[in-house]
Design a protein around this ligand. Structure first.
Ligand SMILES: *Cc1c(COP(=O)(O)O)cnc(C)c1O
Length: 395
């Protein structure tokens, strides 16, 4: 509230202080300010020394990011996590904040495409050696460890073939050798799997996906168990400007209120959809961690404890032409290479995430031209199952 004198043209740029009165806003305020003012030099010293809590500059932190980070910390069982401007910013902050020239990082061979690209195209330029191994095969992982291996990067459920990594065995290997274990928990979310409970030192998220849940923000999250690692990740992220915008954090925090409801609903529908697709003659195979015919079923049961998630994949015959008929049969089913939205999305790895591979390279992973990945949303289940039956009938 400004008085009349304060609103004359001469003083228009004087910053007003918003007064809330005795009541408070029900909804999280969006604090879009890029800069924070301190009352005195002594206070600013106290802020920088950590004796007083107070924000200074939004690249270094702001309330909407901290509120969101605190909620993801709670879900993951971590503390002091940070929010970054995208999931890839979080992956980058972890790898570049913790590794130095001469170190080696070992990844799962079916990591998110950009994570693989960061390892192979970028880290190598800075003298960090990288390699990958089959995360379902602990012996292969053990054989790939080098004396200079400093960090292992895993995803629990691989994209798009939904194989389950042998997280327990690899965590034991890492622990025995003093190697850091970082888990990108985007697909599984803490509702299905909490990496820290299974020995992970670092947890990473693309908040863009299931946590924010509405396909309207790109954000990431990283947390480390060790305070020194947390500081190294934070400092790298702040120095390189991986800052999230307050508005996006505000949207993601809003999305998070319904995360458990969305996840549970999508998971139940995914299970029903997987079973329905498996019964269709035109469907060659269905991959869902909750089905008995999943190649890693026993491990899925042990790690996910029945929380098999909202992601499934399936394959039809007939090559790209048949796949394209499926895509076009039901325009309401969004054909989009993302996941975790409230609405179901259908993606075709051969023409998107895995298009850079040769057909032989894709075949080695089991990705044909008729292979689809589905991120199941929260629509009316009966309607969704009908839509998929219509789409598959077009093949
Ligand atoms: C999407 C995704 C990322 C990257 O996240 P962005 O928010 O798109 O940068 C990283 N890892 C996994 C598993 C993802 O699905």
């Amino acid at each position: 509230m400004t008085d009349r004198a304060n609103s004359t043209p001469e003083t228009l740029v004087r910053r007003a202080v918003l007064r809330e009165g005795v009541s408070r806003p029900l909804v999280t305020p969006l604090l879009q300010s890029a800069v924070y003012a301190s009352p005195s030099i002594a206070t600013l010293h106290a802020q920088y020394d950590g004796r007083e809590q107070g924000y200074t500059y939004a690249r270094e932190g702001h309330p909407n990011a901290d509120l969101l980070a605190g909620k993801v910390d709670m879900l993951e069982g971590g503390q002091g996590g940070i929010i970054t401007g995208s999931g890839m910013a979080a992956v980058t902050a972890v790898l570049m904040g913790l590794l130095s020239a001469g170190d080696h990082v070992l990844g799962g061979d079916q990591l998110y495409g950009r994570s693989l690209r960061l390892m192979h195209q970028d880290l190598n330029r800075f003298g960090i050696a990288t390699s990958v191994a089959d995360a379902c095969d602990a012996a292969a992982f053990e054989a790939a460890i080098r004396p200079e291996t400093k960090l292992i990067l895993l995803e629990v459920v691989s994209n798009p073939t939904l194989r389950i990594a042998d997280v327990e065995a690899i965590a034991a290997l890492a622990k025995a050798r003093g190697i850091l274990l970082a888990v990108d928990n985007t697909f599984t979310t803490p509702r299905s799997f909490r990496p820290i409970d299974h020995g992970a030192d670092i947890v990473i998220h693309s908040v863009t996906k299931l946590l924010a849940g509405h396909a309207d923000v790109t954000l990431g999250y990283a947390v480390a168990q060790d305070a020194g690692h947390r500081k190294a990740i934070y400092d790298f992220a702040v120095t390189t400007g991986m800052t999230p915008s307050p508005y996006e954090c505000w949207l993601a925090e809003r999305g998070l209120y319904t995360f458990p409801l969305r996840y549970d609903r999508a998971e139940a529908t995914a299970r029903a959809l997987a079973d329905m697709l498996a019964d269709l003659p035109a469907v060659k195979r269905v991959i869902y961690p909750g089905r008995d015919d999943h190649p890693d079923r026993a491990r899925a049961e042990r790690l996910l404890q029945g929380r098999d998630g909202n992601m499934l994949s399936f394959e039809v015959d007939g090559g790209e032409a048949a796949a394209d008929r499926l895509v076009q049969a039901v325009p309401d089913l969004a054909f989009a290479p993302t996941l975790g939205d409230v609405a179901t999305t259908l993606s075709h790895p051969a023409s998107s995430s895995h298009r850079a591979l040769t057909p032989e390279g894709r075949a080695a992973l089991g990705i044909s031209d008729g292979f689809f990945r589905v991120s199941v949303g929260i629509e009316e289940p009966e309607m969704l199952l009908r839509d998929f039956a219509t789409a598959v009938a077009a093949v």
